[in-house]
Design a protein around this ligand. Sequence first.
Ligand code: AMP
Ligand code: ZN
Length: 112
Amino acid sequence: MDCLFCKIAAGEIPARMLYQDEQVVAFADINPQAPTHILVLPRKHIQSPAHLEEGDEALLGHLLSVSVAVAKKEGLVRGFRTVINSGEEGGQTVDHLHVHVLGGRPMHWPPG
Ligand code: AMP
Ligand code: ZN
């Protein structure tokens, strides 16, 4: 499968890796939108939240737990934002489900 994030998770394309386990990986976003901008994703190829299947619940829970753990590890004690873009109008540009963890500056609401 020709998927950028599958290749990064497999170590075939380099990234600044911040966390890895059997199920998920976390690495620095190549085009950061905040002083800290991390992507956390499952190794399993899931296209988007709209493509989640029965049985993915535990993986999703782990994905969010790791996202929070990585935010803490990166020192985001004043807060952070987690974002999952889904589909074209949701702003998704890489079709492999991922959590953005953004921090190090105040976030605004509503998002653009
Ligand atoms: P989204 O628009 O929600 O699909 O997010 C995709 C994110 O992947 C963007 O923030 C990009 O900057 C980031 N990105 C694209 N290519 C790479 C790469 N090779 N390494 C790290 N991050 C990337
Ligand atoms: Zn993939």
